[in-house]
Design a binder for this molecule. Structure first.
Ligand SMILES: Cc1cc2nc3c(=O)[nH]c(=O)nc-3n(C[C@H](O)[C@H](O)[C@H](O)COP(=O)(O)O)c2cc1C
Length: 191
């Protein structure tokens, strides 16, 4: 798939097939994050990849899903993520542009994953202290977010809509995500 197509088709996925993602694929996703732009090239981000079933289960218990439709958007047994990439910030390397570094890195992961049929959900609503203890994350690192991953088990459709920001799920379990229309956000030459 062409990169432009991947960018436009990628949507957040919250239900997953249970086939494991091969370790070399997960390594490659982190490699894609590693190569993202970084302010002053400080490269403050590191990653914990979680694949073991029992650890995945414990990570899952510390995440909140789909706030607008909770608890409907929380994956049920048999549709939970099969892997996670936890994004860590090495505080001694972080700059004031850390948010940009993180966004660039996780978008690389999401897009590379989508190109392989792997769905993802960025989760910022995380019980960080529990995750720190579970994964032995040193105090010198902030836990930014968790990327939930797995082969996608539903569809998600964009709807041009400036009236609401709230996504919803239809009877088939597919998501519909409002996005502000292009003409509402683009300004040529002058605002
Ligand atoms: C920084 C960030 C934090 C997010 N945190 C959560 C979260 O805690 N739980 C969740 O279910 N989705 C979370 N999401 C996913 C958003 O809800 C999703 O990106 C948004 O609804 C738009 O859908 P789309 O990704 O399909 O375009 C997060 C996304 C971003 C970028």
């Amino acid at each position: 798939m062409e990169i432009r197509e991947i960018i436009k088709q990628r949507r957040t996925i919250r239900r997953f097939k249970q086939d494991p993602i091969p370790e070399e694929v997960l390594r490659d996703l982190v490699d894609c994050a590693r190569l993202a732009p970084s302010a002053s090239n400080m490269q403050p981000l590191e990653y914990v990849v979680v694949t073991e079933k029992e650890v995945c289960e414990k990570v899952f218990e510390n995440l909140s899903w789909a706030g607008y439709i909770a608890p409907k958007g929380t994956p049920k047994e048999g549709e939970k993520p099969t892997a996670y990439i936890v994004i860590l910030v090495n505080k001694s390397r972080a700059t004031r542009w850390i948010g940009h570094d993180i966004g660039a890195a996780f978008e690389n992961i999401l897009l590379a994953a989508w190109g392989l049929g792997i769905g993802s959900c960025v989760i910022a609503s995380v019980k960080r202290e529990n995750i720190r203890e579970l994964l032995n994350v040193p105090e010198e690192y902030d836990i930014d977010s968790v990327i939930a991953l797995g082969y996608k088990a539903h569809e998600s459709f964009v709807e041009d809509n400036d009236e609401t920001v709230k996504y919803y799920v239809d009877e088939e379990g597919n998501y519909h995500v409002p996005k502000r229309p292009l003409e509402k956000i683009i300004h040529f030459n002058s605002f």
